[in-house]
Design a protein around this ligand. Structure first.
Ligand SMILES: N[C@@H](CCC[C@H](N)C(=O)O)C(=O)O
Length: 271
């Protein structure tokens, strides 16, 4: 079963995008993991599927899957890539993405960067979610992280260096996170500049995590460490994050890049 795909990345956070708008593909968690495998598959940090939108005002329904086959509610970098792809296919410079985390309006900027309205952060312990009712501003974990949801769960540690990154996998699986969590390590270089590394749930350390950058800025603002507009420097490049005091929405701006396009025989992968 030959299927075409787009290979894109946002700051080195890379994606295989499969188009299901003309009909569903036989995708299972096992097959998704096989396609995402770096040596035995195409290789990617997330596999993304596109389906026809079913919500009023939305242009496309987007789902995000980690390389372990699990599904995520949000993926900031892939959202920019999908917005760029829709623009190239249709000329629509402001497509609205329907996701499990809600409708995400997007905008192509004059300089070619893409802005995604990532919506309102959630900071209630049940929304992250956490295993028990604790203050999300100070989780009861060594290192005193803060937690927030951008449609997917994030914990942010504020650190002087990145020695803790090696603990990412153990922290992802800490019992306080019943759905596991993405673990960010943020070094504040100035109130409007942050250096961030993220161990992603189901993927490990990636070159960039868009929703992680949004959550890190939200948590930094809540801690009194950052301004509402902040440049986030990741291993793969830079994102501009703005958390609006008026709307409470988080806007993320950054690049979206096509690496190549290809065709894959899905039947050659285990299901
Ligand atoms: N790379 C993403 C986040 C992808 C999903 C995440 N690993 C999860 O399981 O929540 C981004 O750019 O936001």
């Amino acid at each position: 079963m030959l299927t075409s795909f787009h290979k894109m990345h946002g700051l080195g956070n890379d994606f295989v995008i499969l188009d299901e708008r003309a009909g569903h593909l036989p995708l299972t968690p096992v097959r998704i993991a096989a396609l995402a495998h770096r040596r035995r598959g195409i290789g990617c940090d997330q596999l993304v599927t596109l389906r026809p939108a079913c919500a009023e005002g939305a242009d496309v329904f987007v789902r995000f899957f980690n390389p372990d086959g699990s599904e995520a509610g949000a993926c900031g970098n892939a959202s920019r890539c999908v917005a760029d792809l829709v623009w190239r296919q249709t000329g629509n410079a402001t497509p609205v993405l329907q996701t499990r985390a809600g409708l995400l309006p997007t905008r192509r900027e004059p300089d070619g960067l893409v802005t995604v309205d990532m919506g309102e952060p959630r900071t209630d312990w049940q929304d992250v979610p956490l295993a028990k009712p604790v203050d999300t501003l100070h989780l009861p974990l060594p290192g005193d992280p803060a937690a927030a949801s951008m449609g997917n769960p994030h914990a942010t540690f504020f650190v002087p260096d990145f020695a803790l990154l090696a603990q990412g996998d153990a922290l992802e699986h800490d019992p306080i996170f019943p759905d596991r969590a993405n673990i960010g390590f943020a070094r504040m270089d100035a109130p409007d500049r942050m250096r961030l590394k993220v161990h992603e749930r189901g993927a490990g350390v990636t070159e960039a995590c868009g929703s992680g950058a949004c959550a890190a800025v939200v948590n930094a603002v809540r801690r009194g460490l950052a301004a509402r507009t902040c440049t986030v420097e990741l291993d793969g490049g830079t994102l501009r994050i703005a958390w609006s005091a008026q709307t409470n929405h988080v806007l993320m701006t950054g690049s979206a890049t096509t690496a190549f396009e290809g065709t894959v025989d899905l039947a050659a992968y285990p299901s």
